[in-house]
Design a binder for this molecule. Structure first.
Ligand code: SAH
Length: 203
């Protein structure tokens, strides 16, 4: 499936019904999700692979991975309302994804059961709670050897330092991320920020 076609399919998915600021519920725009997935797919990290989406929200990355032929896909999010939407999105695509309501920080999370080849994620950026992305990075590197995550622009040096000795940054892809007005504290209808898709490989 080419990038444009994937983007169009992802565009049709439902977003958050009532996004929660505390959980930093920003749906990944379809062009950014498509870019991440297409890039990972070109590197052989999706088709026939077990993929896990951490903080999957309404499941755009998980459903897209399933559409691209992942052998098994799991999506994890702490918010049951988001998971309900994600399940509808998987049904709309006619794909099978296992969605689990859980906190990625939970020490009792079934790590062995969730072990996979590739993690895709758009975790909280830490705008509401500093360093909220760290437990996602930790969990991702426990579960998979290939990790594709979306981070704030300029995060690469921090991610490199934080994962030193555990992973190496393979690539950083800068993408425009058009953010629609989501929360009351947003002043403009739309803000264009730049994000980085960072590909980490466990060492
Ligand atoms: N990955 C989705 C959603 C991004 S928003 C997308 O690409 O559209 C970040 C998501 O992380 C939200 O759905 C939020 O509910 C979830 N989240 C925040 N903290 C979490 C935690 N500790 N454990 C699991 N999910 C969490």
């Amino acid at each position: 499936m080419n990038l444009r076609h994937l983007e169009m399919r992802l565009e049709s998915l439902e977003g958050f019904e009532r996004p929660t600021a505390r959980l930093e519920q920003y749906q990944t725009p379809a062009p950014v999700a498509a870019r991440l997935l297409h890039h990972a797919a070109m590197q052989g990290a999706i088709e026939g692979r077990r993929v896990c989406d951490l903080g999957c929200g309404t499941g755009i990355l998980a459903c897209g991975a399933a559409l691209l032929g992942a052998s098994a896909v799991t999506g994890i999010d702490v918010d049951p309302a988001a998971i309900a939407v994600a399940r509808r999105n998987a049904d709309a695509f006619g794909v099978s994804v296992e969605f689990i309501v859980a906190d990625v920080r939970d020490p009792d999370l079934d790590r062995a059961g969730l072990a996979c080849d590739t993690v895709v994620m758009n975790p909280p950026f830490g705008a509401q709670k500093a360093h909220a992305d760290r437990p996602f990075i930790d969990r991702a590197l426990e579960l998979a050897s290939e990790v594709y995550g979306i981070f704030n622009e300029g995060s690469a040096p921090f991610v490199a330092a934080y994962t030193e000795g555990r992973a190496a940054i393979e690539e950083v892809i800068r993408c425009a991320f058009p953010m629609r007005r989501t929360f009351a504290h947003h002043r403009k209808d739309r803000v264009d920020i730049t994000v980085e898709v960072i590909h980490l490989r466990r060492i």
